[in-house]
Write a protein that binds this ligand. Structure first.
Ligand code: C5J
Length: 221
């Protein structure tokens, strides 16, 4: 049965049977010291605030029977899917593929590539490994969503202006309605988080809607 989710720029009617929760890159590499995020000079503690709200929405989505999908940014151990231009950025001693306290940085199979324990995928929840910032690039996410008849995405994760933005733009161009849950997202730069959300909902919702964990839980309940 359709439900209304409070959102900006306007409330949105969602059909839970055609809605999925997409949790983007809540990985140790971005949220914990010693990973990719810190290697780029960021204060990773800034992302921790999103874990609790993500968990509450994850619990509600599971209880409501929503499709839940998780993504992880990372590369093959031989780095054959990592563009040289991506690897070359930053300090050479802590670049993608370099050893760190959580294993090789941003490499699949390493401890740092794991999703944080609070948001660990449950059995049966698809985990999409993506080499880029957008979750649609070089993945089968679009196929999975279309096969399940998904039309609306509740979007959570990190970081707001990078992988959330890229993914929401990709999704919007593919015809999905994206509702970004503001408190379930975070950035190393609070001003980018605020601006990123403002851009999504401006101009009548130019490429999506912005809502909150509480509003999503209320709509799913
Ligand atoms: C970044 C991401 N920030 N998941 N990745 O490099 O946003």
């Amino acid at each position: 049965m359709p439900q209304v989710i409070e959102a900006e720029p306007a409330p949105l009617s969602i059909d839970p049977a055609r809605t999925a929760l997409l949790i983007i890159d809540m990985q140790r590499d971005f949220l914990e010291p010693g990973g990719f995020g810190e290697s780029l000079g960021n204060d990773v503690s800034r992302l921790a605030a999103a874990i609790g709200p993500c968990r509450t929405v994850l619990d509600a989505a599971r209880a409501a029977g929503l499709l839940v999908l998780h993504t992880r940014e990372g590369h093959r151990p031989d780095l054959s899917d990592a563009p040289p231009a991506k690897i070359a950025r930053g300090d050479p001693s802590v670049r993608i593929g370099a050893p760190g306290p959580m294993g090789r940085i941003l490499v699949r199979g390493e401890p740092g590539h794991d999703i944080v324990p609070e948001l660990a995928p449950a059995s049966g929840e698809p985990v999409i490994d993506k080499p880029g910032k957008g979750a649609f690039y070089a993945t089968d996410l679009d196929t999975m969503l279309r096969n399940r008849g998904v039309e609306t995405l509740l979007v959570a994760g990190v970081t707001t202006e990078v992988c959330i933005h890229t993914t929401v733009r990709e999704a919007n161009d593919r015809g999905y309605r994206c509702v970004v849950l503001a408190d379930c997202c975070a950035s190393y730069f609070p001003e980018f988080h605020a601006a990123g959300l403002a851009m999504i909902k401006a101009q009548g919702g130019i490429f999506g809607w912005v809502s909150t964990s509480a509003a999503a839980i209320s709509a799913l309940g």
